[in-house]
Each structure stands twice: as C-alpha cells, then as structure tokens.
Design a protein around this ligand. Structure first.
Ligand SMILES: *[C@@H]1O[C@H](CO)[C@@H](O)[C@H](O)[C@H]1NC(C)=O
Ligand SMILES: *[C@@H]1O[C@H](CO)[C@@H](O)[C@H](O)[C@H]1NC(C)=O
Ligand SMILES: *[C@@H]1O[C@H](CO)[C@@H](O)[C@H](O)[C@H]1NC(C)=O
Length: 522
C-alpha cells in the first residue's frame, strides 16, 4: 500500500486551536481542488467525514470531539478551512469543514430559584422580569420558548432582546391575596426547538407581602356582661376580641372606648392591648342601672371595627331607708280615742327590689301602732286610751328596715307629749278636819288649814277653797269663819263664847280651775 501520512497544515478561520486532528489517508493523483464538507458536531471518534480522493485511500475521519459551541460560540455558520498538500503527485486541496449544530445543550438558567417579593396590593398588569435561560446551541436548537406552570395570578409574556435572545416576564392578571395565599411556587421552563427537545427549569418563589387590606373584625357584634354595684377598681367585666388577618403592624390591634358620655369614661376603662374592660370608678346602681358603650378596634394602618358592650349593673343593698315626717302632732290629748293619728311618715329606699323593700315597726312596747295604707306611707296612731296622769310623754322610735341581705335600717324617734284633760277632781287629804279653839278668842285667828290635791295639770289642778253657805244658830256660817281661797287656811271671823256655841260644823269645797270642776265636803 502506498499510504503516506503527510504533513497536514490547516488554518482555522477563527484563530484558535481546535481539539481536533484530522488524519488524511490519500493516494497521489489529483493536482488541485476545493473540497467542502458538512459535519455534525460531537461525532464519534473515527466517524467518516468524507472521501477526498473518492477512493478508499483518502478518507477524512473524526479524530477528536468537535464541539461547535466551543469552536464558534453563537456564530453561524460554523466552519473552518485548511489546505491539504498531497505529494506524488503534488496536489493542493482547500478543504472547508462546516460544523453543524447538534442539540447537545439544554437551555440553562443561571440559578435554580428566582425569589420575588410582591405586595398583595400590586396592581393588575404589574410586570416582573425573570432571569433568562441560555442555550449555547444555535438555530432551532437554541432557546425557543418559555413556558410557565399554570396558576391563577400570573401570565407569561415573552420578549426578544436586541441581540435576539429571549427573555420572559410574568404579568399579574389577578390580584394577590396574602391572607389566602401567602406564597406561590411557580416553575418557568425554557425549551429549545431541537429534536429531541431539551428544556431547563427554574423555580419562581413568590412571597406575597402584606398590605393593610383587612380591617379588624370583632368576634361578637354585641358583648353583654354584668357588673356588681360598688365593684372594686380593676374588677374585670368582659374581654372583647377582634382579629385582623393582616400580618405585622397591619394586624396589630388596639382597643379603645369610643364616643361615650363622659361619666362612663370615668367609670370604665379598657386595656388597649388585651381588650379587657374593667372598672375604674364608682359603679352606682342608683345612678346607672346599665351602661352601653362602643368599643373600637384599630389596626396600625388605621382600619377599624367597632362593637357594642352592654353592661347591666347588679344592685347591692348599699342604701338604708330614709324616714321623712309628713306631719306630727304633739301634744296629743289624753282623752283622744284609740286610733287617733299622731303622725304620717314617708319611707324611701334608693335600692331596688328586695333591697328597696321597706317595712316599719315601733321599737318600744308602747300604746301606739304604725300602719300603712299607701305604699311607703305610714300612719302612727294611738292604740289605747292614754292617761297623762300615768305617762305624760313617750319616746316613740320608728324603725324602717329593708329586705336586703343583710338588711339596713334607720330609726327615728318621736317625742310625744300627752296633754291634760280635767278628768280628776281635787281630793282633800282628810275627809274631816278637826280643830279646837279657846273661847273669847280674838277675831281673825287661824283655826286649821285644809289641803286638797288634783293630779291634773295647770289650771285643771289649780284649786280654790270655798266656804259652803249654811246657817249657824240663825246666822250665816260666813259670819263665824272664813277660808282663804288659795291657801285653805280657815280663820275665826268673831270671838266665840263656849256657853253659846260648843261646836261648829261647816263644809269647805275645793274646786279646780278646769272647765268641769269638782268639789269635796268637810
Ligand atoms: C381572640 O380570639 C382569637 C381567635 O379566636 C384567640 O386566638 C385569642 O387568644 C383571643 N384573644 C383574647 C384576648 O382572648
Ligand atoms: C370572643 O372573644 C372573647 C374573648 O376572647 C371570648 O370570651 C368569647 O367567647 C368570644 N366569642 C365568641 C362568640 O367566640
Ligand atoms: C325621751 O328621750 C329624751 C331624750 O333622749 C329623754 O330626755 C327623755 O327622758 C325620754 N323620755 C322618755 C319618756 O323616755
């Protein structure tokens, strides 16, 4: 065989040394020529490129891997040329090899993940450019298209750069809602047009940023509670609760009492963080039986909700009954018949129900009664006949007691005087007074003093002594004796003679100053 391995010189159009050697087997015959071959890249070592001499001696085969991308990058067509000198006979051949692209690269994204933070308030139509993929292959084997995994919110839009490369962006087509979907995970697939087709994928991780698009919401539109009257400051009444599905400060709620009469603001307070409504002032059932107020919940973005709180106050027996005197008559005459009205009183109790239910009685054991004809009005009446001479005055204590637990009571004392009636006659201390007098007495001498008593009072007890008319031996008794009306001293009016008069008997009357007087004889 006349094989000869020749010096083979080539020159590359693109000035770099390909990792490629071509062995040339030839047979000397032809003088000169232009030869052009098209070879796919990445052919196996030893693959046939062409037959230069159209014999089995001039076969061009691949010696080393031919990588189009390394050789030419994205320049097309990719070719290199060399001269080939054959000896014996001497022939010069200009060989051009065009390296054809093979789809040996998938589109590749630089990173495996694209991170996007997008506010839920982003407007429809907002665009977000994505990193592009690169495919070093050319033509149809290069990057052809992007595909986005299906989702509700975004559509894909593709663009061509001035250099012809393609990039994609996602366009918001439906509003995001962080409260429903706080994050999205999409995939962007870049595909080339080769056969078989190759693709590259990147994950798009979208974090949906919160916008203050939700107001706080109370869990009840009305809260009902009770508070006991006089409850200590700080006593918890009710806890209100609003929630806000936004995050961070957009969901941070503070509570306040709004729009109330100023007195409620002094009595109740709310913890702005915990929503605990508690007592901060004196709770007085007698002043307010019920409180109605509005509570506002506000997030830091200023969105609010409000709710109503109705608080019933529970009564406590903290008020004693009061007694007011409508009328009171003193003194009362001792001859008043039983049942005579002495006074009328009115009782009140500010508390309610049992706590305000009042009953009256008289404390002492006394001849009086208290009775009620009209609610809260009581009449004080005599229960028996009175006798001033036995008891001339009474302290009547009326006790008003409520029905609370424990009960509270109030006392009021009435000082009642019994006025006199002339119902007693004067009574002499002796039925008969005796005295002796010696005859020949001087006129005017006092003989004896009579004394009567009357248990009545004042005028009714003021006694006058009167000598009752009678005859003594044919002349009036008044010519013999006289009585001092006030002192009851009996005087001789004349001188007596034992031989004429041995004994004088006469009657002295005692009379009181009352309208009906009485008398007594002696
Ligand atoms: C309010 O309600 C939410 C949800 O029901 C609960 O998690 C939270 O603890 C409540 N807050 C208070 C103060 O009770
Ligand atoms: C509302 O929240 C309050 C406080 O946490 C709780 O006591 C109450 O039971 C809640 N109401 C409802 C209807 O869940
Ligand atoms: C009534 O009360 C007054 C004042 O306390 C007292 O001076 C008086 O003696 C009392 N009278 C009777 C009859 O108890």
């Amino acid at each position: 065989m006349a094989y000869q391995q020749l010096l083979c010189k080539w020159r590359l159009y693109f000035g770099f040394q390909p990792a490629m050697v071509i062995f040339l087997l030839f047979f000397f015959k032809i003088v000169a020529g232009q030869i052009r071959y098209s070879v796919p890249e990445e052919m196996k070592k030893g693959s046939l490129i062409g037959n230069v001499l159209k014999t089995d001696k001039g076969i061009l085969v691949v010696n080393e891997r031919i990588d189009r991308e390394q050789l030419c990058g994205d320049v097309t067509p990719c070719s290199f040329s060399f001269e080939m000198i054959l000896e014996n006979p001497m022939e010069l051949h200009h060989v051009t090899i065009e390296v054809l692209d093979v789809n040996d690269h998938p589109p590749v994204f630089k990173k495996s993940d694209i991170m996007l933070d997008i506010s839920e308030s982003a407007n429809i139509g907002a665009r977000f450019v994505l990193d592009s993929a690169e495919d070093p292959d050319v033509g149809v084997n290069g990057l052809q298209n992007y595909v986005l995994t299906s989702n509700d919110n975004f559509v894909l839009k593709q663009h061509v750069n001035p250099d012809g490369s393609k990039y994609a962006e996602i366009v918001l087509q439906k509003q995001l809602d962080r409260e429903k979907v706080p994050s999205l995970s999409l995939k962007l697939i870049a595909v080339d047009g080769g056969n078989p087709q190759r693709s590259g994928t990147v994950n798009i991780n979208i974090v949906v940023l919160d916008a203050n698009d939700n107001a706080p919401v109370f869990n009840q539109s009305v809260y009902k509670a009770t508070v006991i009257e006089n409850a200590a400051k700080g006593t918890k009444i009710v806890t209100v609760n609003a929630t806000d599905v936004d995050s961070g400060s957009n969901g941070y709620i503070t509570y306040s009492i709004s729009n109330v009469k100023s007195n409620i603001a002094d009595l109740l307070s709310i913890d702005q963080v915990s929503g605990v409504l508690s007592v901060s002032g004196p709770i007085d059932f007698e002043r307010d039986k019920k409180y109605e107020l509005r509570i506002d919940a506000k997030d830091q973005g200023g969105l609010t909700d409000s709710s109503k709180v109705i608080i019933e106050v529970t009564d406590v027996n903290d008020n004693a009954p009061t007694i007011s005197v409508m009328s009171f008559t003193s003194p009362v005459s001792e001859d008043s018949p039983p049942g005579t009205t002495i006074g009328i009183i009115n009782v009140k109790d500010l508390d309610s129900s049992d706590n305000g239910q009042v009953n009256c009685r008289i404390e002492q054991n006394a001849p009086f009664k208290i009775k009620s004809n009209l609610r809260n009005y009581y009449t004080l009446v005599t229960d028996t006949v009175l006798d001033r001479e036995s008891v001339s005055d009474y302290n009547i204590t009326v006790v008003a007691t409520d029905a609370g637990m424990p009960p509270l009571s109030t006392k009021r004392t009435f000082h009642l005087k019994v006025s006199d009636v002339n119902d007693n006659s004067p009574v002499f201390s002796q039925g008969v007074y005796s005295a002796f007098i010696a005859e020949n007495n001087s006129p005017g001498v006092s003989l004896v003093t009579v004394r009567a008593k009357d248990p009545d009072e004042n005028q009714n007890a003021r006694i006058s002594y009167i000598l009752e008319d009678s005859d003594l031996d044919g002349s009036p008794v008044s010519q013999s004796v006289s009585v001092n009306a006030e002192s009851g001293v009996i005087h001789a009016v004349r001188s007596f003679d034992y031989e004429q008069v041995k004994q004088l008997v006469f009657v002295v009357k005692a009379q009181d100053g009352g309208s009906s007087s009485s008398q007594v004889a002696m």
